[in-house]
Design a protein around this ligand. Sequence first.
Ligand SMILES: [Zn+2]
Ligand SMILES: [Zn+2]
Length: 606
Amino acid sequence: MTLLLDSTSLDARRAIARGALGPLAHGLRAELAPVLDGTIVIPHEKALLSRAGGRCPRDGSLLRFDPQDPRHLCLACGMEVVGELHDRFRPYWYQLWLAERVLHAAVLGVLLGETRCVEAAWRVLDEYAVRYLEYPNRDNVLGPSRPFFSTYLESIWLLQLVLAVDLLETSVGGAVDAKGQRVRDRIIEPSARLIASYDEGISNRQVWNDAAMLAAGSTLGDEKLTDRALEGASGLSALLSRALLDDGSWYEGENYHLFAHRGLWYAFTMAERVGRSPSVALSHRFEDGFVAPFRTILPDLTYPSRRDSQYAVSIRQPRFAESCELGLARREDPRLLGILARLYDPDVVVRDTGRRASTADVECNVPATGLTRADLSWRSLLFARETLPAVEPPPLTSDLLPAQGIGILRRDGGRSFVALDYGRSGGGHGHPDRLNLLLSDGDARWFDDPGTGSYVDESLHWYRSTLAHTAPLVDGRSQARVDGELVAFEDVGAAGWISARAELAPGCRLQRSVVVVDDYLVDRIEWESDAEHEIALPLHGVQVFGATGAPLRGEPAPIVGGDGREDGFAFLADTARLEPASSVVRLGGSPNVVLALPSLDGWTGS
Ligand SMILES: [Zn+2]
Ligand SMILES: [Zn+2]
């Protein structure tokens, strides 16, 4: 019996790994070469997070990680950088990469019957048993850790190792020998204890702590640890019922959904294996979670960069195909098949998927690439359906995620996209952008959510301002962190509408209604309050033209607004005041997309 599959299912996977999913197994096996060679060196020092380490000093990009080349290269500008802080950051990637390779070796060793893989996995585990307790538990950022600087990273790392041990022991009938006991005593038990000492509450990171505690608790026969991971105050059940919302979306938005739901997959699967499945309602919610993030995708097949998301992340990446595969392995869902049909489109240009250097479940985005099932990971080797039906991708249609609080009106098979983001404020990673309007036409993003840059850069405060969004601004200050509520949502074809309201400042209630008709939309904002307020609406990318048709430059003038760090006004530069000739302005200078404003007495900035 294994933590993820019973022995009968595991046996069945051997034939699939040699048959329909042979190309996947073959690719993973080829990438394992450096581990099978026995030339792996485990870092002596723990990873260190610093402002400079791992980033290009010139452009701030994350430096490339190549498991076999320790040089620090910036792929954005080509510069090679050196220095201790970069050297100390690299083990972050390396340890996660290596832990995932141990699991690859175990999966391939068991499925393909390859002794060499099994031996390689044990070799690294043996070395980790020596090394783990030598890493000092200090200089941390988010919670205790020995090899890393944050607890959730250690959880992801430990989870890989525990699953590897579990599979390796299954291949010898479940017997625990001296080396298995040593790994338990010197890695699993002390690491699980450290993870259990730090509870992150209702957080995407706690998902990983729970998954690691559940895996460790089951392997060690520690029922208290297992109980806590499943039923504790921030255990699996609590996260499924409080952080995963009723429509299957994670409360912190698409970006954290993708990270958290991957962790939920481990915890949920293991909970089923130990005979402690969450309730039927929570199981449905978890299964809805596979499709939830795809329901809001933009016409260019990127996720809207809501909240603290990296900008314009494409769904054309292996881990998103894999999420669809894992969802379909559990439940028939034509929406997931439709997404996979898009992702497996043979006409899309194939690029490097980055799998050779993948760092377990710490997500690194790569440019959009064409995909096949051979680009998936070990999870698909163990779980994906043997074959998929051939499907024509159905058009993307209007949709509402009522618990997350975002409504989308789509036209032209998904080419036109209008969304009103009104609902959940999204916790610590949320932005003060309730009643935010998103508008895309194919690849053109007219009203866009800019996402978030670096967490350690001053610009974070811009991204976390209302001003950075197309959302109503009350009295020049970023909105209060409130949830909005839906008033109406309907799409009857000829017209569709979304209306929602939120109390964006104490006693000041705003309602925004968007009506989409054939080739235009009406955007109406109303408010009511007993006190007087200034209501402003930031519109980004708008050009204003004078009577001659030339763009107006305006007179330099300051824009006065709130002076709070996250009001955003301090980030404005080259501001000017315009006196437009008419109330019609153009979006991005396009002659085809115009805005008719009720009155225009305003300003512009960049
Ligand atoms: Zn650079
Ligand atoms: Zn935002």
